[in-house]
Design a protein around this ligand. Structure first.
Ligand SMILES: [Zn+2]
Length: 329
């Protein structure tokens, strides 16, 4: 395994909490003057390392078992690590798969080609761990919502005295199999119901898509998207940046609105974008895709969505009016 310490400047000091400080190597590459006050910090653990610069604010990290990210690659390059050694580190890391390995196993999509990128985001809530059957309450909740077992949903049951202790599920947001944000859904009935850490233009679920699939389904909620391998825009509208990302997948788009007031707005936006809309009759008591998957299963729900798919604006308007009338009733 690459010994990153061998590439640090010789002049360095160690703080009691394990950080090594030295003159940062990043700043001139980020439009700042060279660091002369040892403001670069590196902390090595047995699982990897973190780098933080207090001069230009560059950060990068590496965790054994996951892909070496873009920022970590750049940092190693600035330190003078040869490209071949950087690639080797990545390969070795892949032999130690963990939670991040689960993400790596997921189908790669065309995101790389689309030239759309998001910042890597490593800060999940403190003490987050993958939900396993041992965490029965959380595990049962996920299964009851038909969230696939291989998606690395997380929770934290400890707390550090500052952060929440409310029961919750954290769903990591990934893009090209890197974590780029997350949402926490609380399982008690208190407000707020969700906390989101997302980035402008992000669409959940691109990593769930498979190249051979002929359609993409767009809906509002993350749990809906997880339960049917769709995309979630997480609002009752689609921003221009999100629309670009969805278009970059290169497939016909079908919007499946929640069958509520907010859903009506999503239908208007879908028509504006020229996308198909599907408002299936999956039972009055079922409000969204996830409700239907829970009652009818994934395959039946998919069939209902495809059968109710409308591409003509006139027909979509009719379906929308029927839904609006049903909501008033
Ligand atoms: Zn710097």
């Amino acid at each position: 395994m690459l010994d990153i310490l061998a590439y640090l400047p010789a002049k360095r000091k160690r703080s009691p909490n394990g950080w090594l400080s030295f003159n940062a190597v990043c700043c001139p590459h980020n439009g700042e003057s060279s660091d002369t006050r040892q403001r670069g910090g590196l902390k090595v653990t047995d699982q990897g390392w973190s780098y933080h610069c207090f001069n230009c604010s560059y950060t990068a990290s590496f965790v054994l078992g996951r892909t070496l990210g873009f920022k970590a690659r750049r940092l190693l390059g600035w330190m003078g690590v040869p490209d071949s050694d950087i690639d080797m580190l990545n390969l070795e890391s892949m032999r130690h798969r963990s939670i991040h390995g689960i993400l790596e196993d997921r189908q790669k999509t065309f995101n790389v080609l689309s030239n759309i990128a998001f910042e890597e985001f490593d800060d999940l809530p403190p003490f987050s761990e993958v939900v396993t059957p041992e965490l029965k309450y959380h595990w049962d909740y996920l299964r009851s919502r038909k969230v696939p077992q291989d998606y690395p949903c997380m929770t934290a049951i400890q707390n550090d005295g500052i952060h929440w202790v409310r029961p919750h599920i954290t769903i990591p947001f990934t893009y090209d199999d890197q974590v780029v944000g997350w949402t926490a859904r609380f399982l008690d009935n208190k407000i707020p119901k969700y906390i989101n850490h997302t980035q402008t233009g992000y669409v959940f679920g691109t990593d769930l898509q498979k190249p051979e699939w002929e359609h993409v389904l767009v809906m509002e909620g993350v749990i809906c998207a997880l339960s049917i391998s769709g995309l979630a825009v997480m609002h009752n509208t689609v921003s221009d940046a999100q629309a670009r990302l969805i278009r970059s997948l290169g497939k016909p788009v079908t919007v499946v609105p929640d069958q509520d007031q907010a859903g009506l707005e999503l239908i208007d936006r879908a028509m504006e974008l020229g996308w198909a809309v599907s408002i299936p009759s999956w039972g009055e008591h079922n409000k969204d895709v996830n409700d239907s998957v829970v009652e009818h299963g994934k395959l039946a729900t998919l069939l209902m969505i495809m059968q109710a798919r409308e591409t003509s604006k006139i027909k979509i308007e009719i379906r929308k009016k029927q839904l609006a009338k049903r909501l008033r009733a």
